[in-house]
Design a protein around this ligand. Structure first.
Ligand SMILES: [Cu+2]
Length: 126
């Protein structure tokens, strides 16, 4: 199961390298050997993320299943080193350790139309 999961992550990374996002990062090193404490599905579409706000507790390993159906989008959560491209119909899983408390913005990093710059959301780590 775990090896399948890692293979999927590796495949996704490989595919993204050919699609324009520089240095995609789907997983932060600190979480590689820990199961997720929180697992959420997040939908990306013009020009929003649903849910647009997620709340977790400090110290939790968070796994996000990112899904897009209308066109290619991206997902960046800079403070946690996460950066991904989201092709249509190809869910991408990212995971990170919520090791700092506060409010952090995530955003789309693939130009997707006139509302692209407003395509953002908020992670709250309590
Ligand atoms: Cu966009």
């Amino acid at each position: 199961m775990r090896s399948t999961y890692l293979a999927v992550l590796a495949t996704s990374s490989f595919l993204m390298l050919g699609c324009g996002v520089k240095n995609p990062r789907l997983i932060s090193a600190t979480t590689a050997d820990r199961p997720a404490d929180v697992t959420l599905t997040m939908n990306a579409r013009k020009f929003e993320f649903e849910p647009a706000e997620i709340r977790v507790k400090q110290g939790q390993v968070v796994e996000l299943h990112l899904v897009t159906t209308d066109r290619k989008h991206g997902f960046e959560l800079k403070p946690f080193g996460i950066r991904a491209e989201l092709p249509v119909g190809q869910p991408v899983t990212v995971r990170f350790l919520a090791n700092q408390r506060g409010e952090f913005e995530f955003r789309c990093i693939v130009f997707c139309g006139m509302g692209h710059l407003g395509m953002k959301g908020k992670l709250v780590v309590e």
